[in-house]
Write a protein that binds this ligand. Sequence first.
Ligand SMILES: Nc1ncnc2c1ncn2[C@@H]1O[C@H](COP(=O)(O)OP(=O)(O)OP(=O)(O)O)[C@@H](O)[C@H]1O
Length: 443
Amino acid sequence: MDAAWPRCLERLEAELPAEEVHTWLRPLQVESHPDGLTLYAPNEFVVDQVREHYLARIRELVAHFAGSPAAVALAVGSLNRAAPARASAAPAASAGRSPAGPEFNGNLDPHYTFENFVEGRSNQLGRAAALQVAQNPGKAYNPLLLYGGSGLGKTHLMYAAGNLMRQNSPGMRVMYLRSEQFFSAMMKSLQEKSMDQFKRQFQQVDALLIDDIQFFAGKNTTQEEFFHTFNALFDGKQQIILTCDRYPREVENLETRLKTRLTWGLSVAIEPPDFETRAAILTAKAAERSVKLPEDVAYLIAKRMRSNVRDLEGALNTLAARSNFMARPITAEFAQETLRDLLRAQQQVVSISNIQKTVADYYQLRMADLLSKRRTRSLARPRQMAMALSKELTEHSLPEIGDAFGGRDHTTVMHACKVVRELREIDGKLREDWDKLLRKLSE
Ligand SMILES: Nc1ncnc2c1ncn2[C@@H]1O[C@H](COP(=O)(O)OP(=O)(O)OP(=O)(O)O)[C@@H](O)[C@H]1O
């Protein structure tokens, strides 16, 4: 019976999307008996999801691998200790919360930590804020809201904060939920008239981490419920960490009072990583997976793929798999060949003229002025920005960029890149302009 579960899980991994396995099945702990298994889930949401969507298939597979009929039971709890019956769970005032229940021990992926998060200018603030919160939960910033485009590391930072909180205080009850999970659990509780129980779960946590709250847009009942949950946690000084794909005030169909609450604490933007950070992420991920990725290949991919970190990882995975499969080392040529379509698709996005137009629009200048020989400051700085962006975002050489800017010398372009790089360090406004332009051009 002991071997049945790992084999069953392996089969389910082949049958189901990785995310489902990761969210619902991997957190389960298994206890085998002579006549079957008990699967312990970290909380009731997981029990419900597993029962509803996977239990029948799990039963089939366990019977198959055990070679005999087998009973499969589901329960909230862990191998060491089953959870007390729900009804006896103490309603929680902050100070009087009961000791850590096993129902709060799951759903955080331990793989995502601060150690394996690569820091760069695009995520420096977010990382620092998440670290602060993890070290002083409920005290530093509440709520902490991380916002920004898809695949930029928001969830990674959120997990890292949760994992560090648990590492620092092993009894700490940290609950991670994607907004969809909050929504479906709430709907179910409404149907079953068990809202008290639903609410109690949140009152008992020390930290609640909710991912992708833009999902609440247009769902009024969920927003209402979340609003109350939020207030109760906030009043109890329980830490709240949230992520959103944009600044909450820009999310349509989100109640104003909720938008206000969400930004009460600290809101930090996570920006697309710059070239150096992209290369460092690739190198770190390759090392983590023992993939031999030469520096020039890391630079090649980082230069061309600017959209998000998830795509970078995808490119690395593709390279590693093909290199393994074909028993060929990863070289620049191999990478060009393997990632040809992917790189071409990315490269088409930005041309120098596209950059010039975007910069001219941004600073409300005419193209002709941007490309002219006039050197007034109001023109010179935007021109330097456009040149530096062309170097950052395209494959063109310095002389080619000079040519495209009204026939300027390549040393002028080099100087522009240097000026912009230095100013980005000391001039907040210019840094903001740079980030906004990068974002516009990477969309
Ligand atoms: N700075 C970084 N260092 C290391 N890995 C990173 C970094 N940024 C992102 N990643 C990785 O990129 C992948 C996508 O990140 P994550 O899931 O956190 O993105 P997200 O911003 O939450 O996106 P979404 O809004 O789509 O959920 C993860 O595998 C994560 O580990």
